[in-house]
Design a protein around this ligand. Sequence first.
Ligand code: PRP
Length: 182
Amino acid sequence: MPQSYVIDELISAKAIAARIEALARDIRAAYHDTDKLVVVGLLRGSFVFIADLVRELDLPVEVDFLEASSYGDGMESSREVRILKDLRGEIAGRDVLLVEDIVDTGFTLKHVIALMQTRSPKKLSTIALLDKPSRREVDVKADWTGFEIPDEFVVGYGIDYAQRNRNLPYIGKVRFTGESGT
Ligand code: PRP
């Protein structure tokens, strides 16, 4: 059972939308000559971000998903990345954009990039909505980052705490209140 907590807004829905518009402009420029961009969302956390991002991308896109997990329901990375669901499509010779919600220790992104590279995409880029550089344990950085954030426990806009709060329209910071919750 998670401890009881309150959520303070860290990044508003409006700020997220504005940042996604700017990121989409950069991605469009980087892939302006693509015949089709395969946008790969890393489940589950990226489902809201990828939905908003692809709608801002004025490019021919295909959407696919990969599910990786290293946290389970806990707050600590297991440092072992498990692929729970693989892509439906082939990415060999394709332009690929990997979409992550948050880069924390970096284990997930590093593992998934290495996996994608074994499949010989034409060009692979990565985007993360949030980055916590102070938590990094392995050397990896997304090509595009929405917001660098301090080492706070965040939820919302796809990100959960024990599978809750993914549906918040903003990014919030969890503040534990110390009482035992339900
Ligand atoms: C979270 C998050 C990232 C990863 C980042 O996934 O969505 O994919 O952890 O952490 P890292 O940089 O320390 O590897 P999680 O395993 O919680 O699965 P979820 O996306 O289904 O919530």
